[in-house]
Design a protein around this ligand. Structure first.
Ligand code: ADP
Ligand code: MG
Length: 187
């Protein structure tokens, strides 16, 4: 097998084949307040989805946040957590890779995992840390630097791609599942 082909099957370099989005929406976020407002709308959309799906069956939601350093990924995660009722600090899990939140929200108890995979390098770490289970627990997983995990993450429910535009930001949001689509329709 040629070296290039062998490399492409490596989990960390495999392109994530998300396929065509079920829904794509663009949001102009001219200042930080607009990002905070979007986070609040996203939190409300999550409540609505959980309520219509009946909490028992809410299978969780994976959101991949892409964008350069300073694009506003952590700001959006912080806004979402605040809107879901988290009152304490939101630390950037740069070294711990993941920060867990156990929230008592208006749509019931909810686990949120905030990942920052910037320093994630070894696929063995994924299994050792039990990350797979985090995605199977009916939790909301918000993942910064998802490309660092290559194919390990699979196709997300939602992708939030943030870009710096002038003084502000542009958010391109894409849904790849029915749950993601229902959620994005309500943002
Ligand atoms: P990332 O996690 O993508 O590296 P951060 O959220 O840590 O980015 O930092 C983003 C920076 O940009 C912060 O200084 C924040 O105040 C600012 N910011 C966030 N959203 C906006 C926006 N919509 N317009 C302008 N500045 C923003
Ligand atoms: Mg960040």
């Amino acid at each position: 097998m040629p070296a290039a082909q062998a490399r492409s099957t490596h989990p960390l370099s495999a392109a994530s084949h998300k396929g065509t989005a079920q829904l794509e929406r663009r949001f102009d976020l001219p200042d930080e307040a607009a990002t905070l407002a979007f986070g609040a709308r996203f939190a409300q959309a999550l409540h609505a989805v959980r309520q219509t799906q009946n909490n028992e069956r809410f299978a969780g939601l994976q959101v991949q946040l892409s964008g350069d350093l300073g694009a506003g990924k952590t700001t959006l995660v912080r806004a979402t957590l605040r809107a879901l009722g988290h009152e304490g600090r939101v630390r950037s899990p740069t070294y711990t890779l993941v920060e867990p939140y156990s929230l008592d929200t208006e749509s019931g108890p909810l686990d949120v995992y905030h990942f920052d995979l910037y320093r994630f390098a070894d696929p063995a770490e994924w299994a050792d840390a039990g990350f797979r289970e985090y995605f199977d627990r009916g939790a909301v997983c918000l993942v910064e630097w998802p490309q660092q995990a290559g194919g390990l993450l699979g196709v997300p429910d939602l992708e939030f791609a943030l870009e710096i535009e002038g003084e502000g930001r542009v958010l391109i949001a894409r849904a790849f599942s029915n749950t993601g689509k229902t959620c994005l329709e309500r943002c």
